[in-house]
Design a protein around this ligand. Structure first.
Ligand code: ADP
Ligand code: MG
Length: 305
């Protein structure tokens, strides 16, 4: 297309809350035939709420939540904010923590003082002096199983997901969080199919159960779950040779957004790292704008279906 055409396309897009970084991006949007979505914060609202705490035997729900919140203070994961807020709302005293480390998308660990998860008193297993700092982990099952191999898989309903908690190397309990599908997620997938998309899939770091139920609800063809950020990059190759669009939001999506033919960042609340790696930034909290981005690309390059 003539430069004038794609300048027109880009300004039309920006009026619609879609920032397109260059005419080449519109051309790639025009030719794309496969799309991959991140789940958390992309297909879902990314504003999870704590539903319940399921303490392991010998632990109390409040102690598990307080310990988890102390570690979550070191995490930027969308689940972390929900956990800290829930502990505050429950009126739990904040425990002091140090040495917090976020381990990618696997979880967070920190040394927390003043917790035995409620398990110390009377169990005879507490070898620590009162007030000693112990390691608390919050995150995926595999991450907690590294120190607490007997941690059982939680059971939860569609639309729910779990964060596991260990205290001093023992499985202490599970936090069940709900993060619903965006109301227009299914509609967005259907509209992309109508635009000629042959493949629409989910790439998520979350567990299989949560991933499959939400993928079915959104009408996606396929789902790959329990992924690390580098796995998402590798799986893009399976969608090629069709030009691939990746839609994501979080800081951990930056590598896969950069690797896709077109990386689209949900930028309304998304991290700047994701925004910088993306070719398109959606400035409204609306996944439906991905369809507009594609339509403007197709229109600018006069791609007929
Ligand atoms: P997605 O790829 O869809 O964005 P993630 O890789 O972030 O998903 O996986 C979501 C899961 O990550 C949650 O269900 C939870 O078990 C786990 N998780 C990772 N880090 C944390 C944390 N700091 N707090 C709570 N949960 C976490
Ligand atoms: Mg994410």
């Amino acid at each position: 297309a003539a430069p004038v055409a794609f300048l027109g396309g880009m300004s039309q897009a920006s009026r619609r809350g879609v920032i397109v970084k260059g005419g080449g991006v519109l051309e790639s949007l025009a030719h794309a035939r496969a799309v991959a979505f991140d789940k958390t914060g992309t297909l879902t609202h990314g504003r999870p709420r704590l539903q319940r705490v399921e303490p392991a035997e010998g632990f109390t729900a409040d102690a598990v939540l307080a310990a988890a919140a102390a570690a979550e203070a070191y995490s930027t994961h969308v689940m972390a904010e929900a956990v800290v807020r829930a502990a505050d709302d429950a009126g739990l005293a904040r425990l002091s923590a140090r040495g917090g480390t976020e381990e990618g998308t696997r979880g967070v660990r920190a040394l927390v003082r003043g917790t035995d998860g409620g398990a110390g008193a009377g169990t005879g297993t507490d070898t620590h002096e009162p007030g000693a700092a112990v390691e608390v982990r919050v995150g995926k099952l595999a991450f907690v199983r590294e120190v607490a191999p007997d941690a059982p898989e939680a059971r939860f309903a569609p639309g729910e997901t779990a964060a596991y908690v260990s205290v001093d190397g023992r499985h202490a309990g599970t936090l069940v969080l709900a993060d619903a599908l965006r109301e227009n997620a299914g509609e967005t997938v259907a509209a992309l199919r109508a635009e000629g998309f042959e493949r629409a899939v989910m790439l998520t770091g979350d567990n299989e159960h949560t991933a499959r139920s939400l993928a079915a609800e959104a009408g996606l063809d396929d789902v790959a779950h329990s992924l690390l950020p580098e796995d998402k990059v590798r799986l893009l190759a399976e969608l090629r040779p069709r030009p691939v669009i990746m839609v994501g939001d979080g800081v951990n999506d930056a590598p896969v957004l950069a690797a896709a033919d077109v990386g689209i960042a949900m930028g309304a609340r998304g991290s700047s790292a994701a925004g910088e790696s993306a070719d398109v930034v959606i400035t409204r909290d609306d996944i439906g704008r991905t369809v507009e981005a594609v339509r403007i690309g197709r229109h600018t390059y006069r791609i007929a279906l």
